[in-house]
Design a protein around this ligand. Structure first.
Ligand code: CAA
Ligand code: NAD
Length: 287
């Protein structure tokens, strides 16, 4: 059975969840935005308001459209508020156990025909789906950072994802104005299978003293025409997220070439997570 997706719950109101909420609300969907506490959901809503205000200032968005988009996004007081959703997409920390806990609760909460999706960067969709009683209605919907700007959504079918779920989610991604690529459920899928080894190699290069962080980044940015150098991009993604993905690739693919650089581990251990904590490979002020 095909579900009409009019109301979408987004769980995790960090950089990805907030951006996904914006994309969905811009496409006319009602969005319920949930986080670990109501304060975090409210703060994310305020931050979205400020970010959309900048677009209005730049003349890229009408003030009335900003109001309408914000009005369609409701910060949740608790996960229970997600119950009316036709689709719930999870964008919380990149950890299988923590995600599984949330999916168990969503599975109990949402009506039986509702769909579940994960924005995971690397974790098995099949394994996450198996923690619910609706594996056929479970899928990977992987937005790129920042979701409102990036043109791609990677769709990942788990072993039991139904054709109807795949059709509904690819159709939704196109309604969001995105291009879809479809990946098999293999660690890292397409994009992170290729990106994370690049970032990890840049960490090894820095660790070995090959060049400064700035020169490694400039080399890749100008030499390969990438919008950001790999260390800048790692800070942008979050070093904790990069490390979690690298660990999944290493553990699940079992090859030494995927082992995370010690420098990456050290930075994460120090709490240097990149832009979101004000320090990673670089320092950030006024974030
Ligand atoms: N909503 C709508 N538009 C927005 C926006 C928002 N929230 N935020 C910014 N924009 C718009 C800006 O208005 C601007 O538009 P114009 O070009 O028309 O002026 C455009 O987006 C670019 O914004 P900025 O000028 O502020 O910034 P920039 O030119 O320096 O670009 C960037 C920023 C898009 C992030 C660019 O540096 C870039 O593409 N970096 C690489 C990003 C990337 O690789 N992402 C993928 C990461 S991997 C991943 O996501 C997967 C994973 O699992 C880890
Ligand atoms: P983030 O740290 O910015 O945000 C995570 C949010 O989840 C936080 O607001 C946190 O409070 C919330 N959260 C944590 N545990 C929760 C729980 N049990 N219940 C409800 N909320 C909870 O992280 P992010 O960068 O937005 O990444 C989120 C997910 O998206 C991860 O799976 C990540 O791999 C994936 N992803 C990240 C990027 C990226 O570039 N950062 C790109 C694509 C996909």
């Amino acid at each position: 059975m095909r579900v009409a997706i009019e109301t979408m719950a987004v769980i995790g109101a960090g950089q990805m969840g907030s951006g996904i909420a914006q994309v969905a609300a811009q496409a006319g969907l009602k969005v319920i935005l949930a986080d670990a506490s109501p304060e975090l959901a409210r703060k994310a809503h305020d931050k979205l308001g400020a970010s959309l205000a900048k677009l209005v200032e730049k003349g890229k968005l009408q003030a009335a459209d900003r109001e309408a988009i914000l009005g369609r996004i409701r910060p949740a007081a608790s996960l229970d508020d997600c119950a009316p959703a036709d689709l719930a997409i999870e964008a919380i920390v990149e950890n299988l156990q923590v995600k599984a806990e949330v999916f168990k609760k969503l599975d109990a909460l949402l009506r039986p025909e509702a769909l579940l999706a994960s924005n995971t960067s690397s974790i098995s969709i099949t394994a996450l789906a198996a923690t619910t009683r609706r594996p056929g209605q479970f899928i990977g919907m992987h937005f790129m950072n920042p979701p409102p700007v990036m043109a791609l959504i990677e769709v990942i079918r788990g072993l039991q994802t139904s054709d109807a779920t795949y059709a509904a989610i690819t159709e939704l991604a196109r309604k969001f104005g995105k291009t879809v690529v479809t990946s098999r459920d293999v660690p890292g899928f397409i994009v992170n299978r290729i990106l994370i080894p690049l970032i990890n190699e840049a960490c090894f290069a820095l660790q070995e003293g090959l060049a400064s962080a700035a020169d490694i980044d400039t080399g890749v940015k100008l030499g390969l025409n990438h919008p950001m150098g790999p260390l800048t991009l790692a800070d942008f993604i979050g070093l904790d997220t990069c490390l979690s993905i690298a660990e999944v690739l290493h553990r699940e693919l079992g090859e030494d070439k995927y082992r995370p650089a010690a420098l990456l581990r050290t930075y994460v251990a120090a709490g240097w997570l990149g832009r979101k904590t004000g320090r990673g490979f670089y320092q950030y002020q006024g974030r």
